[in-house]
Design a protein. Structure first.
Length: 287
């Protein structure tokens, strides 16, 4: 079994909830909706709500659902049951459609603000690939970024040292209960280090030393711009928040830092393995 299978990690898109939504995320977003929009209705008949509340629910049926207004629920209980039925039957993107509509169309500033904050907290904690920016649900992880990670995991399949580091980086990034961003970055850069060691044939080289050797490699020369970029990244991981060394204080690295490093290192792995294939070389004889 692969590392990801042994430890319960799914494909990148599933682990990071890209174009998907698991039961926990669905349940928690429902709770946000229920608390902000359904509980305030209380036990009222809808026609007894004030005019702004009636207009809000009418717009939901008329503009979002695009269904006959005379088929709207008449009581709070009917409204709750109908909204719940729809919510848990929908596809992931329909749920995002709804919460975006609610945030955008609600003109009660306090409710709108608190709803967006609560949804963003849930989406962050459950590693959804989306966040509210203003009142619009926006991807924080692009398809290109996800593809780079998945391609690197696939291409590195015959190089277990490289793949294991990438898988560990993804696992630490996608741990919803206890994410470890600092060590995720360390594992990402270690994947590059492992690959460069194989290419240079120096099993004890640091990444900095291996990059210098690769810059002048006869079969797979490293472009000067890439050399400079990864030399700086190596310097960043050696200094920022004590990523590769013992920390005296709590590291300040975040999800965005760890995601960037995983994507960047995955892209580098893809590039080097692609150049290796183009050169007709194997890593074992690349030196």
């Amino acid at each position: 079994m692969r590392f990801s299978e042994r430890h319960g990690y799914k494909r990148v898109r599933q682990a990071m909830q890209i174009e998907s939504m698991d039961d926990v995320l669905t349940n928690r977003l429902w709770n946000c909706l229920h608390t902000s929009y359904l509980e305030p209705v209380g036990e009222h008949w809808l026609h007894r709500l004030d005019s702004s509340e009636r207009a809000f629910w009418y717009r939901l049926w008329h503009e979002h659902f695009k269904e006959p207004a005379d088929q709207m629920p008449r009581t709070a209980s009917e409204l709750h049951d109908e909204m719940r039925r729809r919510f848990f039957e929908w596809s992931w993107y329909e749920v995002y459609d709804l919460i975006e509509f609610l945030a955008r169309e609600d003109h009660n500033g306090v409710r709108e603000h608190s709803f967006i904050l609560e949804c963003n907290t849930v989406m962050k904690e459950e590693l959804a690939g989306y966040r509210f920016v203003a009142a619009q649900v926006t991807p924080i992880t692009s398809p290109d970024e996800v593809e780079a990670i998945e391609d690197a995991l696939g291409a590195a399949g015959v190089h277990p040292g490289v793949r294991n580091h990438l898988e560990s980086a993804l696992a630490m990034l996608s741990d919803r209960k206890n994410p470890d961003y600092r060590n995720s970055i360390k594992e990402s850069i270690s994947a590059v280090e492992a690959l460069c060691r194989q290419i240079t044939g120096d099993a004890k080289a640091t990444l900095g030393d291996a990059l210098k050797k690769m810059r002048e490699h006869p079969k797979i020369p490293l472009h000067p711009s890439l050399y400079a970029a990864f030399e700086k990244l190596y310097g960043y991981t050696s200094n920022e928040g004590g990523i590769r060394h013992a920390m005296a204080e709590q590291s300040s690295v975040s999800f965005s830092d760890a995601k960037f490093m995983l994507v960047a290192c995955s892209a580098f792995v893809n590039y080097v393995l692609g150049k290796t294939a183009e050169a007709g070389s194997k890593l074992s004889d690349a030196s």
